[in-house]
Design a protein around this ligand. Structure first.
Ligand code: ZN
Length: 159
């Protein structure tokens, strides 16, 4: 039960860590990205939604009652390793690529491939079978080369 709860960790990622936010989403973690927000807004949102703040800004730690991880590395891979290590997360393979990397919305499977024909490159239409769509920003996903690259990246993470 406890590990389930931890694996459902939700995050707020501050502006300088945009790539980290994308990778957390790829792993299936609910991660909102705060672009130009004031520190106070980040803290309020964190408390309201029970989100852990990921930031490089040590000044945020002066707010009490928040859960925060100060990210140390400049490299996204090490940043991701730090978060996984500190929170003892066990990313579930079944959750990989279930969330939109652009806007964090859970993506849904598309069954009507025909309807996509005009929206995707012909080669992709011909070679891919499975498509997903983000109900939020309407981005369309398929398991192309980026999918394999992402899997390689995740396999290479040292935790
Ligand atoms: Zn989206």
């Amino acid at each position: 039960m406890f590990s389930r709860k931890r694996d459902g960790a939700k995050f707020i990622v501050t502006a300088e860590l945009g790539r980290l936010a994308r990778w957390l989403r790829i792993l299936g973690f609910d991660s909102i990205f705060f672009d130009r927000a004031k520190k106070k807004d980040i803290v309020i949102e964190s408390l309201r939604e029970g989100r852990i703040i990921l930031t490089r800004d040590s000044r945020l730690s002066r707010f009490s009652g928040i859960r925060m991880i100060r990210i140390m590395s400049d490299f996204v891979k090490e940043q991701l390793e730090q978060v996984i290590r500190v929170l003892h997360l066990k990313p579930d393979r079944a959750n990989i690529f279930t969330r939109c990397t652009e806007c964090n919305t859970p993506i849904v499977k598309l069954y009507d491939k025909e309807a996509l024909k005009a929206k995707i490159p012909p080669y992709v239409y011909k070679t891919q079978k499975e498509f997903m769509r983000c109900p939020g920003c309407k981005k369309i996903y398929w398991k192309g080369t980026h999918y394999d690259l992402a899997k390689d990246f995740l396999t290479s993470i040292k935790i």
